[in-house]
Each structure stands twice: as C-alpha cells, then as structure tokens.
Design a protein around this ligand. Structure first.
Ligand code: NAD
Length: 257
C-alpha cells in the first residue's frame, strides 16, 4: 500500500499514540500535519525529523483542540485532509462529586467535541478528493467504565457514537469512519495518571501498575504505540474499504470480559 499523495492530519501528535500514528502513516508515504497546542521548537523539530526520515512533506501546525474555531482552522490551514486522525486527548482522575468543572469541560472539548469540529471541516475536502478516512482514537473506556474517570469515559463513549454517525452519513462514498480502542498504552498520558490513581486507591505506584492498570488487561502487557500506528495504517489500506462505523480494540482482551 502507498499513501503517497495523501495528506494526514493527526491531532495531538507531538507525543505518544498520535506521534506513532503520524510516523506510521508517513512511513507509508503520506504527507503529515503534526499538531499540538504548545508551538515549541521541539514540536517543529518533530515534524522536521519525520519529513526527513520518510521523505514526505511534514508540517507542524499549532492549534488548541479545546477550541472549536481552532479545530476547524487546523484543517483549513492544512489545505488538504484525506486522513483525519482525531487523537488529541487528556485525562483527569477524581470522584465525580469532586471532579473539577474546568477539567470536565476541557476533557469533553478536547477528547470529544474537537472531533466534531475537525470532521465537519475535513469531510468536504474528502468528498472533493473522492476518498477519505476518519480515524478516531477512542479507548477501551469508550466501551467500559472505570471509577473516577467520568469525563473521560463520557467523552470516549460519545466519540464512538460520533464515529457510527459519520460512517452512516458517508456510507455511499469512498470515505470510512472508524475508531481505535486501545487499552493501556504506556505513554505520558498514562504515566501522569499513575500518581493520582495511587492516591485514590492509597497504594504504591508499582502496585497501581500491576493491580489497577494492568488488572483490566488480561494479557498483562501494555499495548505499544507502534501497534496502534499499525491499526491506523491498516484502516487506510484497501483491505479496510468496507470497514466503517466500527471500532477495533487493542486491549489485550480487556473488553472480552
Ligand atoms: P499523550 O499525553 O502522550 O499525547 C497527547 C497529545 O495530545 C500530545 O501531543 C498533546 O500535546 C496533545 N494535546 C493535549 N491537549 C491538546 C490540546 N488542547 N490541543 C492540541 N493538542 C493537545 O497521550 P496518549 O496516551 O498518546 O493519548 C493519545 C490519545 O489516545 C488520547 O485521545 C487518549 O485518550 C487515547 N488513549 C490513550 C491510551 C493510553 O493508554 N495511553 C489508551 C486509550 C486511549
């Protein structure tokens, strides 16, 4: 498969899963737009490195995915968007009655509403190009709940609903919309929640990894960012032309239970 001539916009792609997806798509020849809200030298250097490593056009575009107008502008500034990967996401862990309102609003905006805005802006470009892929990075938490993650679980369940709706609205076109539902992947997002979870459960951080985090994952292994990148490239391949409106779990058996 070659994705040469296609442009992929990956939101939240300076780290973790988004970065691995961008690298995997670039490795197949896609031009990539790297995004985050921080606009640092390091952010720009990531795009430069990917461009050189895979001989593709890789650009960094700053946009804050908590703001609807910036989500839409990201797609406009990209100029083309054949593959849209809605990946940006944050987490906060707290009981619902203590959950900070600003954290709730930020998680719903970044993890869910951003995909509404980027998809709305990207679909006309995909229609014009006659081909498109919407890939939403959801989570096992789109299919299952965990305590203390009310906003995240709500946003991830919501994005699975949005995925199905977009699939139905594009079903007769060469456009698909699917979600990837990773279990736990050891990225900065997960590393950051270990101390909070340790506090909630009154446990050491090592015990949290073993007894809380990987407890849910029957394989007892973290999924890797490269595995998630591989699923994203698969969803862009001709083998996936008739896969739409569904989700692929990469969770070591978590949601089989
Ligand atoms: P990460 O913290 O490593 O990366 C998150 C990325 O999002 C970063 O590039 C960050 O700059 C960007 N970002 C955050 N807020 C943003 C904003 N307002 N605007 C633009 N960019 C923003 O996290 P990750 O683990 O790679 O998570 C990526 C996605 O995968 C998230 O949607 C997350 O919910 C999902 N996910 C992660 C796991 C896991 O175990 N790591 C499991 C399931 C789903």
């Amino acid at each position: 498969m070659s994705l040469s001539g296609k442009t992929a916009v990956v939101t939240g792609s300076t780290s973790g899963i988004g970065l691995a997806i961008a690298r995997a798509l670039a490795a197949e020849g896609a031009d990539v737009v790297i995004n985050s809200f921080s606009d640092t030298k390091a952010d720009h250097a990531i795009a430069e490195e990917i461009g050189k490593a895979f001989s593709v056009n890789a650009r960094y575009i700053q946009a804050d995915m908590s703001k609807g107008d910036q989500c839409r502008k990201l797609i406009e500034d990209a100029g083309a968007c054949d593959i849209l990967v809605n990946n940006a996401g944050i987490q906060h862990v707290a009981p619902i009655d203590e959950f900070p309102v600003e954290k709730w609003d930020a998680i719903i905006a970044i993890n869910m509403s951003s995909a509404f805005h980027t998809t709305a802006a990207a679909l006309p470009m995909m229609r014009k190009a006659g081909w498109g892929r919407v890939i939403n990075v959801a989570s096992a938490h789109g299919l299952r709940a965990s305590p203390y993650k009310s906003a995240y679980v709500t946003a991830k369940h919501g994005i699975l609903g949005m995925t199905k709706t977009v699939a139905l609205e594009t079903a007769k076109e060469s456009i698909t919309a699917n979600a990837i539902c990773p279990g736990y992947v050891l990225t900065p997002l997960v590393e950051a929640q270990i101390p909070d979870t340790a506090k909630e459960y009154n446990m050491s951080e090592d015990r949290v990894i073993e007894e809380v985090i990987l407890l849910k994952q029957p394989s007892k292994q973290f999924a890797t960012v490269e595995q998630i990148g591989g699923i994203a490239t698969f969803l862009c391949s001709p083998a996936a032309d008739q896969i739409t409106g569904t989700s692929i779990s990469v969770d070591g058996g978590w949601t089989a239970a």
